[in-house]
Design a protein around this ligand. Structure first.
Ligand SMILES: Cc1cc2nc3c(=O)[nH]c(=O)nc-3n(C[C@H](O)[C@H](O)[C@H](O)COP(=O)(O)OP(=O)(O)OC[C@H]3O[C@@H](n4cnc5c(N)ncnc54)[C@H](O)[C@@H]3O)c2cc1C
Length: 396
């Protein structure tokens, strides 16, 4: 399917060619023609002053009885019973959505022996926790966990379902979306309820060049994943009361063709960069791998972690586990110190949640200065060593 041109209205002005992010339009004899690369994004429709472009009507079957779907759910992730912090972050986001819709916020825990985790989820904002326990649901297995969640969704009918865009979430949440025949927006950076009561799911699109807001108006639940550290974790309140509801999955759901042979833990550096209070990031303009040492020295002095832009990783100066951005890690430290970072959107989406952002760049018009709390226009070969000296002086 592609955008439709009404040839008699087209004046061949070329405005649509300019905005098409996938170069799917060309002028043939002064008339716009659309090829199969069209993604139906609609940007050409918006810019056409002559109303010569339209989008085809997309026919999807509506979920039966949309109105019967109620409530916001967070699928809680845990490792050996310890709930992953992304689940608490999602409860913070889910609470706002549920309050706007005036519905219940529930969490789902799948595994075994998870009572403690359920209490924590209530303390972080869940009104109800659905607890699906069975010894065969440990260790995590994407097939059986997807089956159990699907069974639960079909029975309880939530209108919104959120999950972490983690290795675990990515492996089983799409299966659930397919099984219940609904849409899934991965890696959202913003979630809100519109005036129409729908979930507005915002995420970078077209390689990060635009922020797209995606709706799922005809199917339920509306499903979205969010990476760790994108949303703020709410305060824990040990006095909060909630209901823990046991759900007994069918044997058919628990059965799996997959046998988990070994679970391998994530490398420590990855954990370090996503959990550090301070991240100091360097870029390719440092010219060679040896020069990256000034960034490492500053990070060490501040007891922080070293971040890198993709260009640094592409050069092989730092391992991928240090990459911050759309195709790297999302970080939200107390202090993000960007040394020479240009501010490309693909990098910014991975660090814009930081509490304080300080950037050094010799170009005063670098886009990074649009997202900083403090900006320093300077040559980093002068600034970073001077800062290191100053910190050492003050500590001596
Ligand atoms: C699909 C896709 C995904 C991507 N994912 C990521 C991602 O996850 N993470 C990521 O980082 N990028 C990602 N990118 C790449 C991104 O678009 C940028 O190319 C990259 O972030 C730019 O890196 P940079 O700031 O190191 O380099 P450059 O764009 O080369 O910018 C260098 C900057 O350094 C400044 N500078 C130069 N010399 C000095 C000096 N001596 N002192 C001070 N400042 C100086 C310059 O003014 C300039 O602003 C992705 C791109 C695509 C298309």
């Amino acid at each position: 399917m592609k955008a439709i041109i009404e040839e008699e209205k087209c004046v061949g002005c070329g405005e649509c060619l300019e905005v098409c992010p996938v170069d799917a339009i060309e002028l043939v004899d002064e008339v716009a023609q659309v090829d199969d690369n069209c993604t139906l994004c609609g940007l050409c429709v918006d810019v056409c002053d002559y109303e010569a472009i339209g989008l085809p009507e997309v026919q999807t079957a509506e979920t039966d009885d949309l109105e019967s779907y109620r409530g916001v759910w967070v699928v809680a992730e845990h490792h050996d019973g310890a709930v992953h912090s992304v689940s608490f972050e999602l409860l913070g986001a889910g609470r706002k959505l549920a309050d706007k819709l005036k519905v219940e916020l529930a969490a789902v825990l799948i595994g075994d022996q998870l009572q403690e985790g359920a209490k924590k989820l209530i303390g972080y904002g869940a009104d109800r926790v659905y607890l699906a326990e069975h010894p065969a649901l440990v260790p995590f297995n994407d097939e059986s966990h997807a089956n159990v969640l699907t069974e639960l969704v079909k029975e309880k009918k939530p209108e919104i379902l959120l999950a972490g865009a983690t290795a675990m979430g990515r492996s089983f949440i799409p299966r659930v979306a397919v099984a219940v025949e609904t849409g899934l927006t991965a890696d959202c950076t913003g979630l809100d309820i519109g005036d129409d009561g729908l979930l507005y799911q915002t995420r970078p699109a077209f390689g990060g060049n635009v922020m797209a807001t995606i709706l799922c108006p005809r199917r339920r639940p509306q499903m979205a994943t969010v990476r760790p550290m994108v949303m703020r974790k709410p305060e824990f309140d040990s006095r909060r009361q909630g209901v823990v509801e046991t759900f007994t999955p069918s044997q058919k759901s628990i059965n799996s063709r997959v046998k988990v042979l070994e679970t391998v833990t994530q490398d420590q550096e990855t954990v370090r960069i996503t959990e550090a209070d301070i991240v100091v990031t360097g870029v390719r303009c440092l010219q060679k791998a040896e020069n990256f040492k000034i960034i490492e020295e500053l990070a060490l002095l501040l007891d922080g972690a070293v971040g890198a832009t993709r260009s640094v990783v592409d050069e092989g100066w730092m391992p991928y586990s240090h990459q911050v951005g759309q195709t790297g890690k999302t970080v939200s430290p107390k202090l993000y110190l960007a040394c020479g970072v240009s501010g490309a959107i693909q990098h910014v989406v991975g660090m814009q949640g930081s509490e304080i952002i300080v950037a050094v760049n010799k170009d005063p018009s670098a886009p990074i200065f649009d997202v900083v709390n403090y900006g320093v226009v300077a040559d980093l070969f002068e600034f970073v060593p001077a800062l290191v000296r100053k910190i050492k002086e003050q500590r001596s």
